[in-house]
Design a protein around this ligand. Structure first.
Ligand code: AMP
Length: 190
């Protein structure tokens, strides 16, 4: 099985590239952001709670996102692509044990590298069409990037120590970045 963690700061292009990679390698695309937005759209109790946290650019508690992923680890096709998960070290550890229970593991973590100024301009631009409130408010965007640097970026060393971290230059056309990702995946030693 091929299990990819697509990693990077908000606005790095994870969602767009995850859709492409899921199609290319026949993977199930699991985005915790999408799952949470669905809860909000369905007006569930969880959605109401998550909405408040997400509108501030903070992280939803680990236990909630881990349970969301746990129930989706079925019918893997050729594997999974995790987009926006894990975002903390406890989430990364939980993912390892969940996959182990299914007799599999993370194959590789692909990190899209994009400079902060570019992220801010991409997010503000996306906010014009996405209708996502967390993409329109500059203070929320700034907080999301800070939260990424403080709580999420430390996971890089978690995967680096397992020899699974691959850095990908995340600036250029969508097609160019897709090619870099595809090449990196095709070169993973089996
Ligand atoms: P995203 O669509 O990945 O940018 O996620 C949007 C928002 O959903 C984030 O800013 C967080 O508030 C929340 N969220 C998504 N995934 C996670 C996660 N793995 N852990 C905690 N919060 C998350």
């Amino acid at each position: 099985m091929l299990n990819l963690v697509l990693f990077g700061p908000p606005g790095a292009g994870k969602g767009t590239q995850a859709i492409f990679l899921a199609e290319t390698f026949n993977l199930v695309h699991l985005s915790t952001g999408d799952l949470l937005r669905q809860e909000i759209a369905d007006k569930t109790e969880l959605g109401l709670m998550a909405q408040e946290i997400m509108s501030k650019g903070e992280l939803v508690p680990d236990s909630i996102v881990i349970s969301m992923i746990e129930v989706k680890l079925k019918n893997p096709n050729n594997g999974f692509i995790f987009d926006g998960f894990p975002r903390t070290t406890p989430q990364a550890q939980a993912l390892d044990s969940l996959l182990e229970k299914h007799g599999t593991k993370v194959s590789v973590m692909l990190c899209l590298e994009v400079a902060k100024e570019e992220l801010i301009s991409r997010l503000l631009n996306r906010g014009l069409s996405s209708g996502r409130s967390d993409d329109t408010d500059p203070a929320t965007i700034e907080n999301r990037i800070n939260v990424y640097n403080e709580k999420t970026a430390p996971i890089i060393s978690f995967y680096e120590s397992q020899g699974k971290y691959i850095s990908i230059h995340g600036v250029g056309t969508i097609e160019d970045i897709a090619v870099s990702l595809k090449r990196a995946i095709e070169n993973i030693p089996i």
